[in-house]
Design a protein around this ligand. Structure first.
Ligand code: PLP
Length: 358
């Protein structure tokens, strides 16, 4: 393939060549038409690409691979220090990873106090003979399990795992680092076998893309995950992958600002008479804190004006909710989870302080 002006433009913009896959058009009588290249970050929604000289080329059917997904995976893989794979959601990544790695009779050691949906997903897998037991992730994982599942930090308890103790365990280790993001933690550098993300959260960062990701160093493991993903069809769509690419451009700036604001707010919450316990591990934009009871929590969450009363986390808009509505007795009744966005820190504090007085 010769150096076309568009390909030169690709190099100029710094995009790797796979961003601009050749796309041929065919006229109605079947003759091959012109070939062109995308010159910017491309959103390619195609599900098929023409064979090259009668053979499948790099891209041919999107369940196997597609350019926007590959570009986003390369970008995230570079951040995590491994090979990244995208999935339709964080929970989709969780299911795909467990189904690819485990078999009936296997047990997962799951960090207690982590994202409650992960336990719910594992519960749903119980009928295929996959069990899970909970353990304190600040200690070593229990013996006799086939997979260790950590969360850094756990959502909403915000404990940090003992990564060294987990890496010494014979079973593969997964770290859900949705909340830490690669800005604060690259689990693969600490001996984890897999880093997992709900990319819906900080990575995409704008509450408009549902996406999950797994990263690993081992090329064979990545290849097996890719094959399993293709045959099961647990495949991400290009649109959220495009939004992930857009989000990654500002990830470091967003997370740095969210962390600084969260630190400031956590400190003020600790001094507030209406607040009993404040959890903030010193990194990331997620805080949880307890007010007296569930009624007080409901009052606070519905009294803010700037902070949106909604679920999820990791977006540019601050959101807060009482977690008891989802997690029941698993959390203190007055626990509020606050995901700090990019608003003015003083305006956020004024809003929260006013709501706490309600
Ligand atoms: N992991 C963590 C830490 C989460 O907070 C969530 C969702 O809140 C998930 C995984 C699941 O991700 P998704 O909602 O993208 O399926």
């Amino acid at each position: 393939m010769g150096a076309t002006p568009a390909r030169t433009a690709c190099r100029q913009w710094g995009y790797p060549p796979f961003v601009a896959p050749p796309c041929s058009t065919r006229s109605q009588d079947g003759e091959a038409g012109e070939t062109w290249f995308h010159t910017s970050m491309a959103l390619d929604r195609s599900t098929i690409w023409p064979y090259e000289d009668g053979e499948p080329g790099r891209f041919y059917y999107s369940r196997y691979a597609s350019p926007t997904i590959v570009e986003a995976e390369e970008a995230l893989g570079a951040l995590e220090g491994g090979h990244a794979l995208l999935y339709p959601s964080g929970s989709g990544a969780t299911s795909a990873l467990v189904l690819a790695l485990l078999q009936p009779g296997d047990t997962i050691a799951l960090a207690e106090g982590c994202y409650f949906g992960t336990g719910v997903t594992f519960q749903a897998l119980a009928k295929w003979g996959i069990r899970h037991v909970e353990f304190d992730q600040t200690q070593a994982p229990p013996e006799g399990v086939q997979l260790v599942w950590l969360e850094a930090p756990s959502n909403p308890y915000l404990t940090m795992p003992d990564l060294e103790a987990a890496a010494a365990h014979p079973a593969p280790v997964v770290v859900d680092s949705t909340v830490a993001t690669p800005v604060h933690l690259r689990p693969l550098e600490h001996g984890a076998d897999f880093a997992l993300h709900s990319a819906t959260k900080y990575l995409a960062g704008h509450d408009d893309a549902l996406l999950g990701a797994v990263a690993c160093r081992d090329e064979t493991a990545a290849g097996e995950l890719r094959r399993f993903r293709t045959v099961t069809g647990i495949v991400a769509a290009p649109d959220p992958a495009f939004l992930l690419l857009r989000g990654l451009k500002t990830l470091e700036l967003r997370v740095a600002r969210q962390t600084a604001t969260a630190g400031e707010i956590a400190e003020r919450l600790r001094d507030h008479p209406a607040v009993e316990t404040v959890r903030w591990p010193g990194l990331g934009g997620l805080i949880s804190f307890d007010v007296a009871d569930n009624a007080a929590a409901l009052r606070v969450e519905t009294s803010t004006r700037l902070i949106v009363n909604a679920t999820s986390l990791g977006g540019v808009t601050s959101v807060m909710e009482s977690r008891a509505r989802w997690e029941g007795e698993r959390v203190p009744p007055g626990l509020l989870r606050l995901s700090v966005g990019l608003e003015d820190p003083e305006a956020l504090w004024r809003d929260l302080d006013r709501a706490l007085a309600s």
